[in-house]
Design a protein around this ligand. Sequence first.
Ligand code: PLP
Length: 484
Amino acid sequence: MKACSKPNIPHHWSNFYTVDAFRRSGGEMVEQLANYLAESQDKHHDQVLPFSPPEERLTYWKSRLENESDAEPGRLWKENLLEEVLAQSNRLHDPRYAGHQVAVPLPQLSWLQAATALLNNGMAIDEMGPASSPMEEAVTQELAQFMGLGSGASGILCHGGTLANLTALLAARQRKAIGNAWKDGSARPCAVLVSEQAHYCVDRAVRVMGWGAAGTVKVRTLSNHQIDPEALRESLAEATAQGLEIIAVIGNACTTSTGTFDDLEMLASFAQQNDLWFHVDGAHGVAQIFSERNKAPLKGIEKADSVAMDFHKMLGVPALCTGLFYRNSSDAYAAFSQEAAYLYENEQEEWWNLSKRTFECTKRMLSVAVFGIWEAHGNKLWESLVDRLVDRAQTAARAIAQRPQWELFAQPQSNIVCFRLKGADNAALRHAMLEHGPHYIVKTVLNDETWLRCTFQNPLTEDGDIEGMLARLEELAESALIQP
Ligand SMILES: Cc1ncc(COP(=O)(O)O)c(C=O)c1O
């Protein structure tokens, strides 16, 4: 008798562990996704983002839940589920996508992601990641060294820049704050110095650590959005006079809204002079380290104590996948020096028990994609991707500069470009594009005014798509579709 016979009940779990059902559904899905990819890349649809109000979409999905549960035997979800998800989602692979900072994934990585989803090794301890834990250690060491952090450097992978920044600040606190903050809490209220243009997740991390609003000392920036060195000195003096213990300075590489890089060289020497931890929030722009042509704004990164870099922004890896790199690999253990008797036998530095260095316990097998690309291509694939994306932003900037009715915020240093149509209501213009398409772009507020913003994430975006976007915006500005 078989250990697990398959009862004739459609909802029984054993129907869904069969190799046949797995093979069949996989084959169908490969076809469906390949067709989706072809359609998206060839622009065979009306809009990048199929626009409809959130309430309308909620009504649709709720109504589906009201229907009978009547899946076909052996099917885990209803036949048209994926079809609807594909139809209603934002099509990042459309070359007219130039919106938020999320990778347009290298399509083949979907299969690696699917493979690691099936394996589901939890990564917290060595036994739950016998392949992927040493892969993570090996590839993060190499990448940290590629960044110039030195022979004692290494890193961890985690889910997102937000978490990486929080983790870096926990390590900074343990190394720089008075006393043992991990054990006893902070002896004095701590704070970090950060650009007023920093991503909001830094402020959030600081509040999570219990330092409140005062814990984020926002330093004034120059008109180009770089930290003003004079303001930096003043902010340190003022915060110290107020009784705050400043433990770290954080550099942007680059800022979220305009793609501006702080002067990392200047921040590194400031940190050294004042005995501060130097963290680089490079969630978006540290990817440029792989490019000979585009790495100049990262000069000084090699002096950082810690660097966060998202693979899921400019590097084509599906979200979420972030590296947190430390100059001194043992700093990673300082962030979490906690006993967990059921997991670890001691408090030693054991690279193979990854959760000694990560906030997360279980995490996805993030290293497989990163390792795979690095092993097969070194920096070359990422270099060509980054160069193409930055080139798209520079091409857009040139096209904008050639049109007198348009204004460019600044020459792009990255793949982000901000611009506006002179005399127009740019917020309404963006909304008109959102609603009527076909392009997908976003907006931001700079000096209290709305600017349009593109992050060129799709290497397939052609010059014609960029010209088409500007022409479409001009058309919308003149049409009745724009509502102030
Ligand atoms: C500079 C910067 N830091 C941090 C983040 C947050 O990263 P994540 O979305 O990976 O959590 C972002 C996201 O856009 C960012 O631009």
